[in-house]
Design a protein around this ligand. Sequence first.
Ligand SMILES: [Zn+2]
Length: 47
Amino acid sequence: MSIQKGSTFDCPECDVTAPSASVPYDALGYAVCPVCSHATVPTGDDA
Ligand SMILES: [Zn+2]
């Protein structure tokens, strides 16, 4: 309940935070970090 992942992308690799709407997605629908290109697997919260 402390972390809300609804509209913000948080990269676990480089710790960058960006609005989800501005983050690109790969072919599998994973958010791709605009800084380090790390693909983040969604937790299934809002699939
Ligand atoms: Zn990153």
